[in-house]
Design a protein around this ligand. Structure first.
Ligand SMILES: NC(=O)c1ccc[n+]([C@@H]2O[C@H](COP(=O)([O-])OP(=O)(O)OC[C@H]3O[C@@H](n4cnc5c(N)ncnc54)[C@H](O)[C@@H]3O)[C@@H](O)[C@H]2O)c1
Length: 325
């Protein structure tokens, strides 16, 4: 099969590209390199285009056949989304509408889409299932929910089968293949801890240690990026088998506190990592953990890599990243 991967130069997309190639699929990456990396696309066909630009998208992709599209391209910084809402709506929602327009014009009928747990907003359950109320509390989550609804509407027209995968916290790396996470600014906990451990002169702050959790710090669900990639392959295969429109959570169903993550990182690094304690950040719920039983049922998928594998792979990658700097 030949797949188009939008956002294939980014963190999760570039790991999916590895998994597609390992499964002997042909891959074309589409990216504007706004947050992605050229080194992450070496050896693959790349179409450099901004999905906001419908004319450019059309001219780059008309008459091209793909057996499906994996749609990662998006802006995904929660804080920035509040400051630049129009950029987020244009990039994420208009960009997705443009992509669907070109997909339908060219007859590509299968889409696996990167959604997020941010569509749920403040959790009302210990483990969040897909039927949890959808009530995003930031612009980023709003745009992702709008993208899901856009895909659902396109599906109802009859020409597109789609799966929206709602990821919890992606983490880890494929250091043997020289792939890993590198965002600027980095807002994710594990790379921030490891960049500090690797000697970067940056503050490492735990935001709040007075939550109603066993050690007072926030609890999140971390999923290895290679487990995510496996789920994408299974989701696309399922679409080819049975079609339809599906929404599935992807998480490990295990919650780890910020302190537990810090101590797992200290173990991987073999040294204490200095940090300070700051006030709570507004809008951070104490606990966000997935109920991923639907994905297990529908995709016959579950996570196979634990927290230790996540942190060790991320630490190996961090040491490689220092060399690329
Ligand atoms: N990282 C996570 O923990 C997480 C969690 C939930 C959902 N997601 C979603 O997964 C997807 C990938 O996340 P990531 O962490 O790999 O992000 P990333 O920023 O590393 O990758 C996004 C890629 O999309 C490209 N892109 C952005 N806007 C574009 C545009 N207008 N045209 C063409 N290319 C464009 C960027 O250059 C980049 O390569 C995003 O949609 C994100 O919202 C990520």
């Amino acid at each position: 099969m030949h797949y188009l991967v939008t956002g294939g130069a980014g963190y999760i997309g570039s790991h999916l590209v590895l998994a597609l190639v390992a499964a002997e699929h042909q891959v074309t990456v589409l990216d504007d390199f706004s947050t992605g990396h050229r080194w992450a696309t070496e050896g693959h066909e790349v179409i450099e285009v901004d999905i906001r630009d419908l004319a450019a998208l059309r001219s780059a992709l008309s008459q091209r056949h793909f057996d499906g599209v994996f749609h990662f391209a998006a802006k995904s910084l929660v804080g920035e989304s509040g400051q630049k809402p129009l950029l987020y709506y244009q990039n994420n929602v208009t960009g997705t509408a443009n992509l669907m327009e070109v997909a339908l014009e060219n007859g590509w009928g299968h889409c696996v889409f990167s959604s997020t747990a941010a569509v749920y907003g403040n959790p009302q359950a210990a483990a969040i299932a897909e039927d949890h109320p959808l009530n995003p509390v930031n612009v980023y989550g709003d745009t992702k929910l709008a993208m899901e609804r856009l895909l659902s509407a396109v599906h109802q027209q009859g020409a597109m089968h789609a799966v929206c995968l709602r990821y919890f916290n992606a983490a880890g790396a494929a250091p043997l293949a020289h792939r890993g996470e590198w965002h600027e600014p980095e807002t994710h906990l594990i790379p921030n801890i490891l960049r500090r451990a690797g000697g970067e002169d940056r503050p490492l702050t735990i935001f709040g240690d007075d939550y109603d959790t066993p050690d007072g710090t926030c609890i999140r669900d971390y999923i290895h990026v290679l487990d995510l990639a496996d789920a994408h392959l299974k989701a696309m295969a399922m679409l080819h088998r049975q079609g339809g429109f599906h929404t599935l959570n992807l998480g490990s169903e295990k919650g780890y506190s910020v302190r537990e993550i810090l101590s797992a990182c200290e173990q991987a690094v073999g040294a204490p990592i200095s940090h300070d304690i700051g006030p709570r950040r507004p809008g951070d719920p104490p606990r966000l953990v997935a109920d991923a039983s639907q994905a297990e049922q529908v995709l016959q998928w579950r996570t196979t890599r634990n927290l230790q594998a996540i942190v060790e792979s991320a630490w190996l990658w961090e040491q490689q990243r220092q060399v690329l700097l």
